[in-house]
Design a binder for this molecule. Structure first.
Ligand SMILES: [Ca+2]
Length: 207
């Protein structure tokens, strides 16, 4: 019986060793070669310039000026108040850059008036601020008035809050049905970016 038991133990030992060797061989089995017929080569798209995901690309702002010409440039401008050197003529000197802007005192309403010298047919008022990003996004609440004699004004465009954003040129265009007038006035009653109204250029367009 002893012999039979030893033989059985020996057989079991051999079987176990065989299983272990089989397992090791299975683990160490080298990867099979992939046949060329089963391989699809995908060529990378050629990239010739820096690319960004469309979601992160800022849309380029394209300025479209109103029809006709700005007839306010170089005309006489007056303001109900101004701070430091930022007087009314700076709003009609044709320059939106640098420090060429009008700024009212914080004594709202701030009135800025341009005299077109002769009765003129107009259709759009364009208001600008310095377009540089340092002139951050702000709102200004503005009413547009007109007058034929510079004394009595009537409301042309009702009071509205406008957004000046350097991403969109820091400009606002206020269009209306064509009207003949000599004096054009804006009344500013709020500016989120300063104590008083600010306008780099007060433009009045005529076809
Ligand atoms: Ca100016």
């Amino acid at each position: 019986m002893k012999i039979v038991r030893r033989v059985l133990i020996a057989l079991l030992f051999i079987a176990n060793v065989g299983l272990v060797i089989y397992a090791i061989n299975g683990i160490k089995e080298p990867p099979q070669e992939i046949e060329a017929a089963n391989v699809t080569i995908v060529k990378a798209r050629e990239q010739t310039q820096a690319e960004e995901h469309p979601a992160f690309i800022k849309e380029e702002y394209v300025l479209v000026l109103p029809e006709g010409e700005n007839i306010a440039v170089g005309k006489k401008a007056e303001a109900s108040s101004f701070t430091d050197v930022y007087n009314a003529p700076k709003a009609v000197d044709g320059d939106s850059a640098g420090a060429s802007y009008w700024e009212g005192k914080s004594d709202y309403p701030n009135l800025l008036t341009v005299d077109l010298e002769t009765p003129s047919k107009i259709h759009t008022v364009r208001l600008t601020l310095n377009p540089l990003p340092i002139w951050g996004k702000r709102t200004q609440t503005i009413t547009v008035n007109v007058s034929s004699d510079g004394v009595t004004y009537k409301e042309l465009v009702a009071t509205k809050q406008y957004t000046f954003d350097p991403d969109t040129g820091n400009e606002v265009q206020i269009s209306f049905d064509e009207i003949e007038t000599r004096y054009v006035q804006i009344v500013v009653t709020e500016n989120s970016g300063a104590g008083g109204g600010q306008i780099a250029e007060f433009e009045v367009y005529s076809k």
